[in-house]
Design a protein around this ligand. Structure first.
Ligand SMILES: N[C@@H](CCC(=O)N[C@@H](CS)C(=O)NCC(=O)O)C(=O)O
Length: 221
């Protein structure tokens, strides 16, 4: 059985779980407590020497990096989520990279400087926070334009790129990034969040995040 290591607070972990759920792959989920530094403890470093979540183990094979993991799962299961046609696959890869390198990085800056710095004992970097806000406002119109012309982010059909983008945008409410003026992003996102693979994990990342943070705060009192 597939083993997934991560935490529900981690968007890359959720990305892997959305795809595994969509493909109908059963898995055991192992929570790694980042606040306690479990990702760098020897037991976990044996599973993933990169010291990061998510990671998977599948029939003795270990893999990290969420995008590598979802490509592996889709390819192993012969899924159309990762097309075999050269150019279609290249376009899926293009949108995976755009969402990962640009959208996720910008929102990650906001998330870290609003919430995660508290869990990691870091400090707020105002410049990074400002850059996060500036850059996400540059990227959203690009996504809106693409989703105006296409049903899904990489074209006419659902692909891995949609799961990369939905997990990236899962944090927008928490980051107070207003999507309401991007009608096509809002409609696409609503459709993605209604998918069984998403709903079987949670109603929304915001609800999951708030629930876990409340528990952490209560535990500290
Ligand atoms: N590019 C990686 C990002 C992995 C990553 O940054 N994971 C974070 C949690 S979302 C982590 O493990 N942080 C703990 C640390 O860096 O010590 C992926 O997509 O899997």
């Amino acid at each position: 059985m597939l083993q997934i290591y991560g935490t529900p607070l981690s968007s890359p972990t959720n990305k892997v779980r959305y795809v595994a759920n969509y493909l109908g792959i059963p898995y055991d989920f192992h929570r790694v407590n980042l606040a306690a530094g479990e990702q760098r403890k020897p037991e976990f470093m044996k599973i993933n020497p990169l010291g990061k979540i998510p990671a998977i183990q599948d029939e003795g094979f270990t893999l990290a990096e969420s995008n590598a993991i979802i490509r592996y799962l889709a390819t192993k299961n012969n899924s159309n989520l990762y097309p075999t046609d050269l150019q279609q696959r290249a376009l899926v890869d293009q949108w995976i990279d755009y969402s990962s390198q640009h959208v996720t990085t910008a929102l990650g800056r906001i998330m870290f400087n609003t919430y995660f710095y508290k869990l990691t004992g870091g400090t707020v970097d105002e410049r990074s926070l400002e850059d996060g806000r500036k850059f996400i406002n540059q990227y959203l119109p690009v996504l809106e334009q693409q989703l105006t012309q296409n049903t899904f982010i990489a074209g006419k059909t659902l692909t891995l790129a949609d799961f990369v983008l939905i997990s990236a945008l899962d944090v927008t409410e928490l980051c107070q990034v207003d999507l309401s003026s991007y009608a096509h992003i809002v409609a696409w996102r609503k459709k993605m969040m209604a998918e069984k693979c998403y709903q079987s994990l949670h109603e929304s990342y915001t609800v999951t995040f708030k629930t876990i943070m409340e528990k952490l705060n209560t535990a500290r009192v």
